[in-house]
Design a protein around this ligand. Structure first.
Ligand SMILES: Nc1nc2c(ncn2[C@@H]2O[C@H](COP(=O)(O)OP(=O)(O)OP(=O)(O)O)[C@@H](O)[C@H]2O)c(=O)[nH]1
Ligand SMILES: [Mg+2]
Length: 400
């Protein structure tokens, strides 16, 4: 594995810096490289020309020579000119976070749609980076890792790239059309839909595997799943569809959010979202936040959510356990409690007409139930809501 130097830029607003660096190491590992040394620079703000300051640049330059390293990876995103300047000072390859994520996505893309989405995002990343020559482009170092991207950079000019982007986008639109047709068919059949969502590597694919006992690609690497895969699950004489999704990640490059929007379309159509979290992760809170923000971005934040704390076998927390809207499990052991909870949420619902006084009860209803209609009145909100038995017992007094 190629060894690299990780340059960690620490700005005052980065509260979870340690966890961020840990994640960077995993991203680097997923790109088949290994961190040999970490150099941290604390900064009030980014240097516009070179990202880090001249003193640190010189220290790193010397270190690269001593250690015979030819790649530096930054934990943040670099502008094309920063990247170019640093490459010429260090005479080595300088990579940023977006580049790594694009590399991983490119390797993992399994379906035509995922492949095209990554292609669009990759070309958009390289378009502003065509000016000037890149050392790592010319050298083609790092074996296979750079091959696809490097070749692309050398061979094509910006006009060709723009054309390629347009072509790929057009093809994607066609595929999206086919997808929505399939979805409409599904809607007609009215089979309930569940989507597993959550930060990358939390165990979504493992849960789907355990549910269906058919193999969905599961791996201890970031972004193992790039296309959604759906399985029909039978439980308690009920049937529902369960979809796996691409893992979310903090500060996903803008171009990729756009590219993966259509993959996440499925999430918007779900009757229930199962938010899978890694109970053993030090960055649990941050990962939770990123997932909730992503759901907001794709306008899926009004769908009922079941919170699942997975990997409890790696913690001291008791499991399997159900605590209000939270299920604690280990996908490696018994997930029947999760199935039972999903089944109850999906199939014991009734539609009620209620009037709720203004206040935080409304928030709870919006989070946990499917609101079909709502009308604002003087003394409260009239709602038509799909509720499960537990919620019904709580809200029965508000029946209209
Ligand atoms: N110990 C333990 N390991 C788990 C558990 N669930 C999943 N894993 C492991 O965690 C790693 C990631 O699991 P995946 O199911 O691929 O995670 P994912 O959420 O689908 O990841 P992405 O597709 O990258 O978003 C794998 O090595 C799993 O074997 C669990 O409950 N306990
Ligand atoms: Mg997965």
């Amino acid at each position: 594995m190629e060894k690299v130097l990780l340059a960690g830029v620490h700005l005052p607003e980065q509260m979870d810096f340690e966890e961020e660096l840990e994640e960077m190491k995993q991203l680097i590992y997923a790109c088949e490289m290994e961190v040999e040394e970490v150099w941290i620079q604390n900064l009030r703000s980014i240097n516009k020309k070179t990202c880090i300051n001249s003193g640190k640049i010189e220290e790193i330059r010397q270190r690269l020579i001593i250690k015979d390293l030819s790649t530096v990876v930054f934990n943040c995103d670099l502008s094309p000119s920063m990247q170019q300047t640093l490459e010429s000072i260090w005479n080595c390859e300088v990579l940023d976070r977006t580049y790594l994520i694009l590399q991983i996505f490119q390797k993992r893309a399994k379906t035509k749609e995922a492949f095209l989405q990554v292609e669009v995002a990759t070309l958009q990343y390289f378009l502003p980076r065509l000016k000037g020559s890149y050392t790592h482009m010319d050298r083609q170092k790092g074996g296979n890792r750079n091959k696809g991207l490097g070749e692309k950079k050398i061979e094509i000019d910006s006009r060709t790239i723009s054309k390629q982007i347009q072509r790929a986008k057009k093809e994607l639109k066609n595929l999206e059309g086919q997808r929505s047709l399939q979805r409409r068919k599904r809607n007609k059949n009215e089979i309930k839909k569940v989507c597993l969502v959550g930060y990358t590597n939390t165990g979504k694919s493992s849960i789907l595997n355990a549910m269906s006992q058919k193999q969905v690609f599961e791996k201890d690497m970031l972004f193992a799943t790039l296309n959604t895969s759906t399985r029909k699950i039978e439980y308690n004489r009920h049937e529902f569809l369960c979809s796996d999704t691409v893992g979310f990640v903090s500060s996903l490059p803008h171009t990729l959010i756009e590219a993966f929007h259509s993959t996440l379309e499925e999430v918007k159509e779900a009757d229930l979202l199962v938010h899978v979290m890694d109970m053993s992760s030090n960055s649990l809170e941050n990962q939770k936040k990123v997932t909730l923000e992503t759901l907001q971005q794709i306008h899926a934040d009004s769908i009922p959510v079941l919170n699942v704390y997975n990997k409890c076998d790696k913690t001291d927390h008791p499991y399997p356990l159900l605590n209000s809207n939270q299920v604690y499990i280990s996908a490696k052991e018994d997930i029947s409690l999760l199935l039972k909870t999903i089944d109850e949420l999906l199939f014991s619902n009734q539609i009620l007409k209620i009037k709720i006084p203004y206040g935080n009860l409304v928030n709870e209803i919006n989070q946990k139930c499917k609101v079909l209609k709502q009308e604002y009145k003087e003394d409260g909100i009239c709602m038509e809501v799909e509720m499960n038995e537990k919620m019904i017992s709580k809200y029965i007094k508000y029946l209209e």
